[in-house]
Design a protein around this ligand. Structure first.
Ligand code: MG
Ligand code: MG
Length: 255
């Protein structure tokens, strides 16, 4: 069931979203050649601690997961698409890194992700990352009262497919509020004019996940979490938490 949020609740979610933006900013600033993913997780933990927030990622265990998630960020490098566990991998020049982070503050959740290159970026990776953000922007622009979920999905899918990239079937955005994952689900591909009507007070995490090779196939690592492209191509992920209001979409996960 979809929980509509009051304007007061949206203001509270904005504060949770701000903490998420602080995490992503700090992690991105810390990400450099030779830095480990575990060190980025430590940076994120410090931001949460300073803000008096907790992590909806830590110890999260959805039905598919063999173990509770052990970190406060997901760090997915190169052919890892999403859900990478921060480990002792040290970043190398040219790595494409996706960082996904969440925060719980005063009982409200925020969820956002960025992708970027460490060191020298290849033109192919830059195009992939830019397209992920363009798809995110298109999805957000479609998140208006009077549209439907399918309009968001169609907007995202059109940008991704138009650039020749693949889309992970069965993964996408979601409602968010007291919990990180709520109804409805927000697919990254769909038909315009279909699905649930968008209403003032709906808050959605919009999150395109692009596969650079153009196919839609992916597999799960032996760790049970990391989702990786099957063809070895690189992937990019971009996400914001967005409130749908009568005044238009409001991105909550900004500084
Ligand atoms: Mg996320
Ligand atoms: Mg999400």
């Amino acid at each position: 069931m979809v929980q509509l949020k009051t304007d007061t609740s949206i203001e509270a979610m904005r504060e949770a979203g701000r903490v998420v933006a602080q995490i992503l900013t700090a992690a991105r600033e810390a990400a450099a050649v030779g830095v480990s993913l575990r060190e980025l997780d430590a940076v994120a933990r410090e931001v949460l601690r300073t803000a008096g927030a907790t992590s909806p990622f830590l110890d999260y265990r959805p039905h598919f997961a063999p173990t509770p998630f052990p970190a406060v960020i997901c760090a997915s490098v190169n052919d890892a698409i999403v859900h990478g566990i921060p480990d002792d991998h040290r970043l190398r020049d040219g790595d494409l890194v996706s960082i996904d982070a969440g925060a719980l503050l005063n009982g409200w959740a925020g969820d956002s992700a960025v992708s970027f290159t460490v060191g020298r970026a290849s033109p192919d990776d830059t195009r992939l990352i830019d397209t992920a953000f363009a798809a995110l922007d298109a999805g957000i622009a479609a998140a208006v009262v009077g549209n439907r979920i399918g309009d968001i999905a169609h907007a995202i899918g059109t940008v991704c497919r138009g650039a020749g990239y693949g889309i992970m079937e069965g993964y996408g955005g979601h409602g968010i509020g007291r919990r990180m994952h709520e109804d409805p689900s927000v697919p990254n591909e769909g038909r315009p004019g279909r699905g649930m009507p968008l209403r003032h007070g709906m808050v959605l995490a919009v999150e395109p996940m692009l596969i650079g090779g153009g196919g839609d196939d992916f597999r799960t690592d032996p760790d049970g979490w990391t989702l990786r492209t099957t063809d070895g191509s690189r992937a990019a992920h971009a996400e914001h938490t967005v409130a749908i209001t009568e005044d238009g979409p409001r991105v909550l996960t900004l500084l």
